[in-house]
Ligand binder design. Structure first.
Ligand SMILES: O=P(O)(O)OP(=O)(O)OP(=O)(O)OC[C@H]1O[C@@H](n2cnc3c(O)ncnc32)[C@H](O)[C@@H]1O
Ligand SMILES: [Mg+2]
Length: 215
């Protein structure tokens, strides 16, 4: 028996409009559920991402906001992992070249660190940990990954972050050479979002078609 879902909205713990739009489309299509971004809650405190895993940071963000607002919250934490660099930049991906670093500065640092690393050891993957916190219930977290290789010079202008250096062998392109639509089908964030929607559908009865099927 599925649990009732008494909330009209779910909050996505991001101020990034691109991320919010992707979530809004998917949640509307699969669950008939509206989403709100953090822009609508300017009074919330800044939440420091100080945990030592992607999952820990995602859970901290979701749980802190759900506790304050008493509504369900989804948050994600993501980054790039390079095994040949012992997992760097990892949870420090956004600030690899220092606090407030630009994407270009982060990419330059990554290339410099990998200059001596031979082609066959340049594997990498993006991680997205996505957490769901519902007031009064145990939190849950899922993980999506997307695997590729770090090339030696940037290619392409789409996307953001490490995309110009992230080569996807199956596509024959870097992430920054893929359209946003294609990136969104194969990305770590897409995989995590699909898993989270699956989990929500299994546990809760939402409005519309979902509700009829579960009663
Ligand atoms: O936490 P919010 O406010 O959502 O925004 P953020 O900039 O911290 O964003 P993330 O935690 O999702 O990502 C951390 C860093 O990891 C890198 N990254 C994550 N996902 C990426 C992607 O899809 N393409 C390229 N780089 C990505 C990029 O350098 C990001 O700054
Ligand atoms: Mg982050």
């Amino acid at each position: 028996m599925k649990k009732d879902w008494p909330f009209p909205h779910i909050i996505i713990a991001t101020k990034n409009k691109g991320k919010l739009k992707q979530f809004a489309d998917l949640f509307q299509a699969h669950l008939q559920l509206g989403v709100k971004g953090l822009d609508e809650f300017p009074e919330l405190p800044e939440i420091v991402e100080d945990q030592d895993t992607f999952e820990g940071n995602a859970l901290k963000k979701a749980e802190t906001i759900a506790e304050i607002l008493q509504v369900p919250v989804i948050s994600d934490d993501s980054g790039l992992v390079v095994p040949a660099l012992h997992g760097a930049p990892g949870i420090y991906s956004a600030r690899y070249a220092g606090e407030g670093a630009t994407d270009d500065a982060n990419n330059e640092k990554l290339l410099a660190k990998m200059r001596e690393i031979p082609d066959e050891q340049r594997q990498c993957f993006y991680v997205c940990a996505m957490a769901l916190a519902v007031p009064g219930e145990a939190s849950q977290v899922v993980r999506g990954e997307c695997h590729g290789r770090i090339i030696r010079e940037p290619r392409g202008h789409e996307g953001f972050g490490y995309d110009p250096l992230f080569y996807v062998p199956e596509e024959g392109k870097t992430m920054a050479e893929l359209s946003n639509e294609r990136k969104y089908q194969i990305s770590h964030r897409a995989e995590a979002t699909r898993k989270l929607i699956q989990l929500l559908k299994e546990e809760y009865a939402f409005g519309g078609k979902e509700e009829e099927q579960s009663r």
